[in-house]
Ligand binder design. Structure first.
Ligand code: 1HN
Length: 230
């Protein structure tokens, strides 16, 4: 470039400049348009009868003895060809199925999860040693890094929607994951639905209760709330 810094005197051939920077993995910012939100995804509707049928087929293909979770992700069509496992750029929704007698083994991970129960009875998610029995319409939270396992003690299939911030945590390169050490399920060290009975039913924080975690101690919201014992 000339002493004056003039960019248009054609000392540098623009074509060869663009070729060179590309080869050197340098990228001109002025060629990017980036002042509006990206539209990386497209709207898509997954119809329940179609998804449910594939979930039941999945139960013939894999058992929870061989795979950690029998889950089909609702992958956004615009992201699927890129090998991306997400429904939006930062969230994944998925459907999970456990059959009677099956256990989805205990693990924990940095992505946080929520579950909305769709169908079935007699199964639970155990989060941090507390079982929450699943009923259609319930919301169950699994905060980041909480151990969780799912078990179906009922007579029919149990199906629910999982929502996780996996793509967001992945984008920050902070996905960590561990199995519960040495066991398929974690020990039950809380009364069943303790968080619901302690916090949701009275609607107040018990006196002298202290909590040092970064997430809410209320980890579920049940359509049929347990009665407050008086
Ligand atoms: C996961 O760990 C669960 O623990 C469910 O039940 C769905 C989807 C993507 C990645 C991990 C679970 C998941 C998942």
């Amino acid at each position: 470039m000339s002493k004056s810094g003039a960019a248009n005197n054609q000392v540098v051939n623009p074509e060869s400049f663009y070729e060179d920077v590309n080869r050197l993995h340098l990228s001109p910012l002025w060629l990017r348009q980036g002042h509006a939100p990206h539209q990386r995804t497209v709207p898509h509707l997954w119809k329940w009868p179609v998804v449910r049928e594939q979930m039941m087929r999945a139960a013939e293909v894999v058992s929870t003895e061989n795979v950690e979770r029998r889950v089909l992700g609702l992958v956004n069509p615009a992201l699927q060809s890129k090998g991306f496992f997400g429904t939006t750029p930062n969230l994944v929704a998925a459907i999970q199925l456990i059959l009677p007698g099956e256990t989805a083994l205990a693990h924990h991970h940095t992505p946080a999860a929520l579950r909305i129960i769709i169908e079935g009875e007699g199964a639970y998610t155990c989060t941090n040693g507390e079982r929450c029995w699943m009923e259609p319409g319930d919301l169950i939270l699994t905060p980041a890094w909480s151990y969780h396992d799912h078990k179906n003690e009922g007579k029919g299939p149990m199906l629910w929607l999982d929502g996780l911030d996996v793509p967001l945590i992945d984008a920050m390169d902070t996905i960590f994951f561990e199995l519960y050490p040495g066991k398929r399920t974690q020990p039950l060290n809380q009364p069943d639905q303790a968080s619901m009975t302690r916090f949701a039913v009275p609607g107040m924080r018990p006196a002298n209760f202290s909590w040092d975690k970064k997430y809410s101690p209320l980890t579920s919201s049940k359509l049929s709330a347990p009665k407050l014992a008086v």
